[in-house]
Design a protein around this ligand. Structure first.
Ligand code: ACO
Ligand SMILES: O=CC(=O)O
Ligand code: MG
Length: 371
């Protein structure tokens, strides 16, 4: 265990000082590309500004005999591309027990460490994996003369990683967030779904029989296989001040179910998701940006709550100190997204204009009484 005093000291002489807060940059959509695929690679410069994160994937989905080409391709793309202020460059390295992970880290940090914001580490099992990457990154950052630390993102995709989730989140000040890895996680848990993310028609609840007739028609509703995992991930991330993300949704053609799955994750507290194909980009951006209606409502509550204490009635509903905090989550997210997304800035400005006047509190004494 490290002393609290040492937690924010560099792990190598000459490495940058660790950050005390994870920067709150928009990351609604982490767009995956295979740097060894010439068609995909050619599209990357044109995608700058259209996604929050471009992620050069080196792990699964890159063929074993293309691993070196993918790494070299990412170095070339990173050197040749200006990512501007609003698009981050991330990578997903190969698993730590693979023959490629060490070369991934040494090459990427020394060659393009100044361009890399976050390194995604797959199949993280426990804090020991993060500690290994943490020290190695510090050594490589010092060697490369980097002045800001590269952050680390863990994919939650093993049962052991799931059990050790809190210690993973708190293992290093570099920890930026967690993503759900539903494909590997399903396999590791021996779940019986072959889908990459999403629900399953066999995982359902059924209404009780009417008048004891078990053969009669009974409505069923498909349930979300990932609810528990995402909720657990959200709590662990919130506790440690880092960010939770949905992961891949593999049914590229089913844009409707994709949107549903992303929205469930957004409502539960995730800040973004992966996109595997261009068709998923706009879905992710739409879902992980609060709607104009929600922003307008949240602003009305903030205005109605005055000093933030007590209880008021708004549109027939009670609002108080706690619901104000819920609304501030929405307002703060809208303000942050507005800083980098002009279309959203305009949408949310219009939402302000359209905001109906606040009803006067129906029980003014309540505010005083609550102090
Ligand atoms: C479980 C996990 O680990 S998930 C994470 C790992 N998986 C990935 O990263 C997958 C990334 N995505 C892909 O490999 C591809 O999108 C696939 C295999 C899913 C589909 O590929 P295709 O069959 O080529 O899709 P499609 O024909 O619809 O592509 C249309 C165009 O978009 C391009 N395209 C497809 N995916 C991407 C992408 N992720 N980024 C940029 N461009 C893309 C194609 O090159 C094609 O370009 P073209 O019009 O110039 O020919
Ligand atoms: O890496 C992602 C997954 O679902 O596995
Ligand atoms: Mg995986």
């Amino acid at each position: 265990m490290r002393s609290a005093k040492d937690f924010f000291r560099p792990l190598a002489v000459g490495a940058p000082t660790p950050l005390t807060q994870v920067p709150a940059r928009p990351s609604r959509v982490i767009h995956f590309f295979d740097p060894s695929n010439p068609k995909m690679a050619a599209k990357v410069p044109g995608m700058v500004g259209t996604v929050d994160v471009l992620l050069g994937n080196l792990e699964d989905a890159v063929k074993a005999d293309s691993k070196e080409a993918a790494r070299a391709g990412l170095v070339e793309i990173a050197k040749a591309t200006d990512f501007g202020q609003d698009t981050q460059l991330w990578t997903r390295i190969n698993a730590l027990d693979s023959p490629w992970a060490l070369d991934d880290l040494t090459t990427l940090v020394t060659e393009i460490g100044d361009k890399l914001d976050v390194i995604m580490v797959p199949k993280v099992q426990g804090a020991e994996d993060i500690h290994y990457v943490d020290r190695l990154l510090a050594q490589l950052e010092a060697k490369a003369g980097l002045t800001r630390p590269i952050l680390v993102h863990a994919i939650l995709e093993t049962a052991r990683g799931m059990v050790n989730i809190e210690e993973i989140c708190g293992a290093s000040p570099r920890m930026q967030g967690l993503s759900l890895g539903p494909a590997d996680l399903a396999a590791d848990r021996r779940m019986k779904t072959t889908r990459v993310g999403g629900s399953h028609p066999g995982y359902l609840v059924r209404t009780d029989p009417v008048d004891g007739d078990i053969t009669g028609a009974r409505a069923t509703a498909q349930q979300d296989l990932w609810h528990y995992t995402i909720a657990r991930m959200v709590d662990a991330c919130a506790m440690h001040g880092i960010y939770p993300y949905y992961g891949p949704f593999g049914d590229i053609q089913d844009v409707v179910a994709c949107e549903d799955q992303f929205r469930n994750a957004f409502l539960l507290g995730c800040v973004g998701t992966w996109s595997l194909h261009p068709v998923q980009i706009e879905i992710a951006k739409r879902v992980f940006s609060p709607s104009a209606e929600d922003v307008a409502h949240a602003r009305r509550v903030v205005a109605a709550m005055g000093d933030g204490t007590g209880a008021v009635m708004l549109d027939g509903k009670m609002e108080d100190d706690a619901s104000l905090k819920q609304c501030l989550v929405i307002v703060e997210l809208a303000e942050r997204l507005s800083q980098t997304d002009p279309a959203l800035a305009e949408l949310y400005a219009d939402a302000r204009g359209a905001t109906p006047p606040v009803d006067p509190p129906t029980a003014p004494a309540a505010r005083e009484g609550a102090r």
